[in-house]
Ligand binder design. Structure first.
Ligand SMILES: [Fe+2]
Length: 355
């Protein structure tokens, strides 16, 4: 394959158009992000990591996924993209500044590539180490997460676990597409993504894949994008957005804390989890936001450098995970949570394929 136009260093943010920013602001704070800017009907949220923002939304007439943002390490990358796609390099007025080009992928999803965004220092590790049967790095130090039992507080006659997850960064998006080969080629040629796994059906057809950044000798997340084929009528009904996966600052306790926070707040729809994926190996917990988009908390994922070749994986590896609840039939499809409940009751889970 010819050299890609550029190799992005990482994904940075997802951008939406939403009809109700207030509801989303409240949701994202419970989800574990922090509001960094709110100007002219636009909101920007950040995590604890170095990126100036990881989630952006503008108020609009509809709920719509607009784009994913990536960053490159050299301005020459933007110049090549601008030339190849015949678009301008424009300055960014959003948190972190920098310059960007805006492209469209084969399904019409926005792809924004930034250079020169100001990044901040990453936080220091705060949580005590985890002990296992083999390895006991924590000694004479008690395992206490947050304010421990004091995180439970009474609100309106019920106990709410107040500590949220601490979202650090966006790790990946999952998108549903009309033609997976075309999309995977586009992301490989345009952003330099390598294939970690092809998802291959029993008849040999590739129905999608997991792709990562090419950072050479430096290991990168097992996937920065997950691409899955979806029939036209489902694409029409639900759009291309599958989910956005946010990595947490600390490990399993951070995931569990967020789970019990979201659960005991009692306002939001749980989608899938907690479990451990097979492809990428992350522990995952998925929630549906007020606009019907699925956002994921994850931790403890695999890292691969560019030397690791693509492998073929089966749909079974995606659908069944290593452990966790049965995947709901509403998973990776954008819809209001009431509709998702109906779909889960009326349509069989894909896991029934393996009965
Ligand atoms: Fe994910």
């Amino acid at each position: 394959m010819a050299d890609p136009i550029c190799k992005v260093a990482d994904i940075v943010f997802v951008r939406f158009e939403l009809t109700d920013l207030e509801a989303q602001k409240e949701y994202l704070q419970h989800f574990g992000m922090h509001l960094v800017a709110e100007v002219d009907d636009a909101i920007h949220f950040k995590g604890t990591g170095a990126d100036p923002f990881i989630y952006a939304a503008t108020k609009g007439q509809q709920n719509r996924f607009v784009s994913a943002g990536y960053r490159v390490d050299a301005r020459a990358d933007l110049e090549r993209l601008a030339e190849q796609f015949n678009v301008d390099i424009v300055p960014s007025t959003e948190p972190g500044g920098g310059e960007k080009v805006v492209l469209s992928d084969p399904d019409g999803l926005g792809v924004e590539v930034f250079f020169g965004m100001a990044r901040t220092a990453a936080p220091k590790q705060d949580a005590p180490a985890l002990n296992s049967g083999f390895d006991k790095p924590r000694q004479n130090r008690l395992q206490r997460f947050g304010k421990a039992a004091d995180e439970w507080q009474a609100h309106d006659g019920k106990l709410v676990y107040e500590l949220t997850s601490k979202v650090m960064r966006l790790g990946h998006t999952a998108i549903n597409v009309a033609d997976p080969k075309k999309s995977m080629d586009w992301y490989a040629n345009t952003l330099g993504f390598l294939i970690s796994d092809n998802i291959v059906l029993p008849d040999g057809m590739v129905m999608g894949g997991f792709m990562r950044c090419d950072l050479g000798d430096t290991p990168a997340d097992h996937h920065t994008i997950n691409i899955t084929a979806l029939p036209p009528e489902k694409l029409e009904a639900h759009g291309s957005f599958g989910h956005a996966g946010f990595e947490l600052t600390e490990s399993v306790d951070d995931l569990m804390a967020g789970h019990f926070h979201m659960k005991t707040v009692g306002k939001y729809a749980h989608e899938w989890g907690i479990g451990r994926h097979l492809l990428g190996s992350q522990m995952y917990d998925y929630w549906r936001d007020p606009a019907g988009f699925i956002l994921e908390h994850w931790t403890d994922g695999d890292l691969l450098d560019a030397s690791v070749p693509a492998v073929d994986a089966s749909a079974r590896d995606v659908i069944l995970a290593q452990y966790g609840p049965v995947v709901p039939s509403s998973f990776n499809l954008t819809m209001p949570h009431e509709k998702a409940e109906e779909v889960r009751e009326t349509e069989p889970s894909m896991s029934t394929l393996f009965l």
